[in-house]
Design a protein around this ligand. Structure first.
Ligand code: NIG
Ligand code: FE
Length: 419
């Protein structure tokens, strides 16, 4: 891998790993900066003038044209591998139908799983790829990706294959999760047997064939009970896989408490969260993953208590939850807008939540998430005056350039300077 000097950076803004326990979420802001990249990693950061003078002449130079430079974003909770679309359900909800009513009448997750049942791996890959491109344009360089719309092993295996194919094609780093979503329709009367097959067959198979490194469960009314979730996640944990939970989205499901009991890497959603649950999660060092675009899109559940989560000393990540039913967006900038409004978060809190804190969820906080020497050179350049503009432009901010491992992987087709 060659070396490159990115110079003439108008403003470089990044969290620093040494501040990870500083609840004020400070940011380093460096004007007229340059960054030297060697072997795919950041080597040094300094004043543009100085680095231009001291870097050997044979090192390639890339002019950042005074743009804003940020660390590559980490989207640590997504479901982007599916086929078709569920816009009809969105309009049904807007006319008053609830998420659960739609699910009970055969829509929701079951509608997506029927589409997977009749799709080829090739179709799944083809329909899913544009979502990864959109995510990249929003500055995401590492993406977590869940299965979960297959439901049966036949469907899940197909999704996991598709994820593997996509991973080979896209430039982003991908972290794969096996999601145990809901009981398939034809197993509704055989819950115990289904859970048993997840525990005895599916998870060991996923682990053995390295199809995913994490297991997630939807612990909620209409999905899996706390007891079932405990049984499933315990097996994953015993195998050395990391675990996470879709917890407390529609009520105090017990999911948050289970995440702290089992030491999950994160508890995600947390729209319903009381003081006891916050304290338990904090004691167990579980990261809270907040999905504000999902709350916005559902328009029926409260926003999680983001301020209390942060003010109680917990680490908090923000992710898109990109999925066809409850959060149809790939845009991290849009999530920052909704979190800024409904969580009353500062720019430091927002940026930490999509960089170092999100990297921690994926077990990568020593490698990615900040612009610091020794880390993978994953970053984005923006035609924006300040990082605050990311949230301010309400989802219409796109990166001008995205780099991963010191290589440019995206360049915007429309270069619009914004002020
Ligand atoms: O994270 N809550 C569970 N799973 C997804 C939604 C699934 C769907 O409706 O397709 C979520 O919101
Ligand atoms: Fe989700």
């Amino acid at each position: 891998m060659h070396s490159v000097l990115i110079h003439n950076i108008g403003k470089l803004v990044t969290p620093l790993a040494k501040d990870k326990d500083d609840s004020t979420r400070p940011l380093l802001e460096f004007h007229n900066a340059a960054v030297l990249i060697e072997g795919g990693r950041f080597k040094s950061i300094g004043r543009s003038f100085d680095l231009l003078n001291t870097t050997p002449a044979d090192v390639a130079r890339h002019d950042a044209n005074h743009k804003l430079m940020l660390p590559g974003f980490v989207d640590c909770h997504t479901h982007p591998v599916f086929v078709g679309n569920r816009a009809g359900e969105f309009f049904m909800r807007n006319r008053g139908a609830s998420y659960h009513e739609i699910a009970e009448s055969g829509g929701g997750i079951h509608a997506s799983s029927r589409k997977i049942a009749s799709a080829s791996v090739e179709q799944i890959v083809r329909e899913s790829l544009p979502r990864f491109e959109m995510s990249l344009a929003g500055g995401v360089t590492t993406i977590e990706c869940k299965s979960g719309y297959g439901l049966t092993w036949l469907g899940e295996e197909r999704l996991l294959f598709a994820m593997k194919e996509i991973e080979k094609i896209i430039p982003q780093r991908m972290s794969k999760t096996f999601l145990v979503h809901v009981i398939p329709q034809d197993s509704q009367n055989r819950r115990v047997e289904f859970v048993q097959s997840v525990v005895e067959e599916m998870i060991p198979e996923v682990h053995e064939r390295k199809l995913a490194s994490c297991v997630d469960i939807f612990c909620e009314q209409g999905a899996f009970s706390v007891e079932e979730s405990r049984q499933i996640l315990s097996v994953a944990k015993q195998l050395g896989m990391s675990i996470t939970i879709h917890a407390n989205q529609f009520g105090h499901s017990g999911g948050a408490m289970l995440a702290s009991e089992l030491g999950a890497r994160s508890a995600d959603h947390l729209e319903y969260l009381n003081r006891d649950e916050i304290e338990a999660l904090q004691r167990a060092n579980v990261v809270a993953v907040i999905l504000p675009a999902c709350v916005y899109f559902m328009n029926a559940i409260p926003y999680p208590p983001m301020r209390s989560i942060i003010d109680n000393g917990m680490r908090m990540a923000i992710a898109t939850d990109m999925n066809p039913g409850t959060s149809m967006t790939e845009s991290i900038p849009f999530c920052l807008t909704t979190a800024a409004i409904y969580g009353k978060l500062s720019i430091g809190e927002l940026l930490w939540s999509v960089t170092l804190d999100a990297a921690r969820v994926l077990g990568m906080e020593d490698k990615i998430g900040s612009i610091e020497s020794g880390r993978f050179a994953d970053f984005s350049l923006w035609n924006l005056p300040t990082p605050e503009s990311l949230a301010y432009f309400q989802g219409s901010a796109f990166a001008d350039e995205v780099w991963i491992n010191g290589e440019q992987v995206f360049e915007s087709q429309f270069t619009v300077q914004r002020y």
